[in-house]
Design a protein around this ligand. Structure first.
Ligand SMILES: Cc1cc2nc3c(=O)[nH]c(=O)nc-3n(C[C@H](O)[C@H](O)[C@H](O)COP(=O)(O)O)c2cc1C
Length: 223
């Protein structure tokens, strides 16, 4: 069975700069033997998280939309790449809506034995590194090991350079290697702290966050 990579595009521009960067990363992985799929969030029916907490209490989301299909694809993949342009100093609304709906994985990191990375493009306003680092932190929260990220400058579609596309391909190759050979990685002190804060939350609200509580209890993290 061939290895799979899923690319998640948060830009509303299907042929924009982030799309081109993501395509370059995915093509490099295809050349390396992966089956690649690009998911355009803009074309999907993804409702907002309504904060009901059912996914944390009972395990499953109550909403009926395209998230079930996207989650299945991610669960079956060996690698995940998140790509979003910078919109108002952060990821796009499409990307954030998708991330919010991935809440159960943030509380119960079951997307393990997978590798990933992030891509962002901006027009030079703000701190783009914080945006890609945010996306990689999200991957890490789900259990996915982030192996790198790429950023580029671009205002109108097609403005990114050959050099940028090369960097995106290199990210793809790095992720491919990580899947095949593993990757020396240790959680940062920052992510360890986030994990501890999450455990504290689940301990204190275990009567509500029942699915989370059981998950961490089984792991021996909570008594
Ligand atoms: C609503 C909106 C907000 C934006 N906010 C920022 C921003 O805060 N900083 C920035 O550098 N560029 C910003 N941009 C510019 C985009 O990041 C830039 O055009 C990028 O190349 C778009 O990538 P895409 O082609 O993948 O959609 C914004 C664009 C839009 C439409």
């Amino acid at each position: 069975m061939s290895r799979k990579v899923v690319g998640i595009l948060g830009s509303p521009r299907r042929i924009g700069n982030s799309a081109k960067m993501l395509e370059a990363a995915l093509s490099a992985m295809e050349e390396d033997g992966f089956e690649a799929e690009l998911i355009y969030l803009m074309q999907k029916n993804i409702k907002y998280c309504i904060g009901c907490g059912t996914c944390l209490a009972k395990g499953e989301c109550i909403q009926d939309d395209d998230m079930a299909e996207i989650k299945k694809k991610i669960e079956e993949a060996d690698a995940v790449i998140l790509a979003s342009p910078v919109y108002y100093l952060h990821v796009t609304a499409q990307m954030k809506t998708f991330i919010d709906r991935m809440l159960p994985y943030g509380h119960r990191p079951t997307l393990v034995n997978k590798y990933g990375g992030s891509i962002s493009v901006y027009a030079g306003v703000g701190d783009i590194d914080s945006v890609v680092q945010y996306m990689n932190r999200v991957l890490e929260a789900w259990g996915i090991i982030p192996v790198g990220y790429v950023t580029a400058f671009g205002v109108i579609p097609g403005e990114i350079t050959e050099e940028d596309l090369k960097k995106a391909s290199e990210l793809g190759i790095k992720i491919s290697r990580a899947v095949k050979e593993g990757f020396a990685w240790k959680p940062s002190s920052d992510s360890k702290e986030l994990r501890q804060q999450l455990i504290n939350l689940i301990k204190n609200y275990g009567h509500l966050l029942k699915a989370d509580y059981e998950f961490w209890k089984e792991k021996g993290v909570i008594e």
